[in-house]
Design a protein around this ligand. Structure first.
Ligand SMILES: [Zn+2]
Length: 672
């Protein structure tokens, strides 16, 4: 099983032309698929006449590549980025005789992260001016989403707009890159027919608008929408909704000391957008904030990762042109401070509704109804901690009538992880969700977007009873365990496929699944204790896991009487650098993490575990190489080991005892 569970360390969003959009006017697509977007006057792209940059990659990825209209080429700053003055990098775009620019769209690369903009200051110079005026500063966060900067009232007769990039994604100091920088003039020709709507989101009509009046309107979009509203049959379910911002998954990861893997598709819409033009109406997006629409594809047999196409959105009417594939729509709305962001309102007029299942609001009848009426091949399901994108066919076959049970079980799988790693006890459970999705390329794996299962193994992951039993329960727990691996304080070299299994063991055992470690205890003792080696010198990741799980077997049982051992230990490890800021400066060798773990395990449990750790080789003096998704060298000196032991001795703690008998215990003998 383990061999089939692969860790994909990289974030995978495969290349596709990221398209633009911002403002515009509407379109539609009814179930019949007719498009109304042509009745909505779009915005005009303003041509760039020339551009300059203060840094590029030897003219190979020159600034011209960022306005050649080709989404397959890009601008990239110099590859040599070690200088402390590498940033800022200024990109200046010039315009000839442009009468107005209302907004710009920055389209970041999709084939990698290097150079995606983070902090940017936007400045402009109007005709006749000699100096630049600073418009505002933004943080695009290194996002893969297109970002939109709207100029209040528009820039009249702009001569130049420059972006002063102050930071970007990438190793070392980072880089700056851009697939396309686009500039637009908003349309001023709004069809007067639009004035019949009473609200900005075009969900109601002004008083006195009758069918007779509507019949005279030539704009087919307005006419169709108004007719449906008048009929009283126009359903706003899913088509109109409020969306709140979620914490940026990478910020969340940094705060909790965990990896990528939280959903980048939190705001599901339940709207199905086939290829073609679509109208999206947005309201209440705050100035300078970014909102975009994502349409992912999960069905490419050649792509493990989620392929995605994104469109920047602005307040008002947006026309998007989806030339990529049919799919469900998600609103990408993330922030460092989600609690401070506006709730945005979005209307997809006349759009095809697939719907989504929300366990906090719906029951099994709703679940069945959604499956029976789905217009696309995938149904979104939302739990409290889980988000599922599985095929309608698989859900029908294995979960029909049991949607609540299925999503509850997934929630429970995640909740138990929060419990053992202390997020529940310390009130740190995130609002964000873990995404479990279907894919068409590989059996089962985890990547920066969560956990993925191939379409033909749905019987293992869509049957509510099966997901909490045996291998499927282990598989999910193992993969989500990777997301929750505590970095770096409990994931030093050699623990890549081990420390995540502390949570897999906890979750599976709590569901009554038999212990996966049973066959490994004696071989581990023979191999590691018997040969006086470090647990990290044993090549088997399950034998390496034995000491970590024995701590749980002891403390969480009546013998140890301390069921919060791991929750408290994880919390203590999370605070390592708060207590000792020197840790922020980095470490010399992985053994420092290992000894930090040893010391804190004694500290939080108020137990002298020196003998136990000694036997398992946590004080092993010597040097050896470890191959574990990278090359590591273990090096421990006698002095290092002695200092740690002395620190533990100074705590004057009792040795582990069986609290039910009062007798001293050799924890290396414990097993389940
Ligand atoms: Zn793994």
């Amino acid at each position: 099983m383990r061999k089939r569970l692969l860790l994909l360390a990289v974030l995978v969003i495969t290349a596709t032309a990221v398209s633009q959009s911002c403002k515009g006017n509407p379109q539609e697509i009814t179930q019949s698929g007719s498009s109304f977007a042509d009745y909505v006057k779009g915005d005009t792209k303003v041509a760039v006449s020339s551009a300059t940059t203060t840094s590029d990659n030897r003219r190979i990825e020159s600034i011209e590549r960022s306005f050649d209209g080709d989404f397959a080429t890009m601008y990239h700053s110099a590859y040599e980025n070690t200088s402390t003055t590498y940033f800022p990098i200024t990109l200046t775009y010039n315009f000839k005789d442009a009468d107005k620019i209302d907004y710009l769209i920055y389209n970041p690369r999709q084939d990698g992260v290097n150079g995606r903009f983070k902090e940017v200051e936007v400045q402009y110079k109007l005709k006749g001016q000699t100096d630049y005026t600073s418009y505002s500063s933004f943080n695009f966060g290194g996002s893969s989403s297109a970002s939109c900067v709207s100029f209040d009232g528009g820039l009249v007769h702009p001569e130049s707009i420059r972006l002063i990039v102050k930071s970007g994604s990438g190793d070392g100091n980072g880089f700056a890159s851009c697939v396309e920088m686009e500039f637009f003039k908003a349309t001023t020709e709004v069809d007067p027919a639009f004035s019949i709507f009473a609200d900005k989101l075009m969900t109601t009509l002004k008083p006195g608008v009758t069918q007779k009046k509507v019949d005279k309107i030539s704009n087919l979009f307005v006419k169709t929408l108004a007719t449906q509203i008048l009929s009283g049959k126009y359903s706003l379910d899913y088509r109109l909704a409020d969306y709140k911002a979620f914490k940026n998954p990478s910020t969340l990861g940094a705060e909790l000391h965990i990896g990528d893997g939280y959903s980048q598709y939190e705001n599901m819409t339940g709207i199905y957008l086939p290829k073609g033009k679509h109208v999206v109406i947005v309201d209440n997006l705050a100035k300078g904030k970014q909102l975009s629409l994502w349409i992912p594809r999960l069905t490419n047999p050649d792509s493990w990762g989620i392929e995605n196409v994104g469109f920047a959105l602005k307040n008002g009417l947006n026309v998007i042109n989806n030339t990529s594939w049919d799919g469900l729509a998600y609103l990408n709305y993330y922030s460092e401070t989600p609690e401070k962001e506006n709730v945005v309102k979005v209307h997809f007029p006349l759009a095809a509704v697939n719907g989504y299942f929300d366990i906090t609001k719906q029951n099994d009848q709703d679940f069945n109804r959604l499956l029976d009426s789905a217009v696309g091949p995938i149904l979104d399901c939302r739990g409290r901690h889980i988000q599922v994108m599985y095929p309608v066919s698989g859900l029908k076959q294995y979960a029909y009538g049991r949607g609540v049970e299925l999503i509850s079980n997934y929630d429970s799988l995640v909740t138990r992880q929060y419990r053992v790693i202390g997020l529940e006890k310390y009130n740190k459970v995130p609002d964000n969700r873990i995404l479990a999705r279907v894919n068409h390329a590989y059996y089962m794996f985890r990547d920066g977007n969560g956990v993925a299962y191939k379409y033909d193994v749905m019987k293992l992951v869509a049957d509510p009873k099966v997901v909490i039993s045996g291998d499927p329960c282990w598989g999910f727990s193992h993969e989500v365990g990777h997301v929750h691996q505590l970095r770096p304080y409990l994931s030093w070299g050699g623990l890549g496929e081990t420390s995540n299994n502390i949570v897999s063991m906890y979750v599976t055992r709590s569901f009554g699944v038999k212990s996966r470690l049973t066959p490994y205890y004696q071989p581990a003792r023979d191999s590691i204790i018997g040969r006086n080696i470090s647990y990290l010198q044993d090549k088997d990741v399950f034998r390496r896991l034995v000491p970590f799980w024995q701590l749980q077997l002891y403390f969480a049982s009546e013998k140890g009487g301390y069921k919060d051992f791991y929750p408290d230990l994880y919390e203590s490890l999370r605070h390592t650098e708060d207590v000792e800021p020197a840790w922020k400066n980095g470490i010399h060798n992985l053994t420092e993490y290992q000894l930090n773990f040893v010391k804190k395990a004694c500290q939080v449990s108020k137990t002298d575990l020196t003998d136990f750790f000694e036997k398992w080789g946590f004080f092993y003096v010597g040097s050896f190489d470890i191959d574990d998704y990278g090359a590591y060298t273990y090096t421990m000196t006698q002095a290092q080991a002695d200092v740690c032991k002395a620190e533990i001795a100074a705590m004057k703690l009792p040795k582990p005892k069986d609290k039910t008998t009062g007798l001293e215990l050799d924890l290396t003998q414990l097993q389940d």
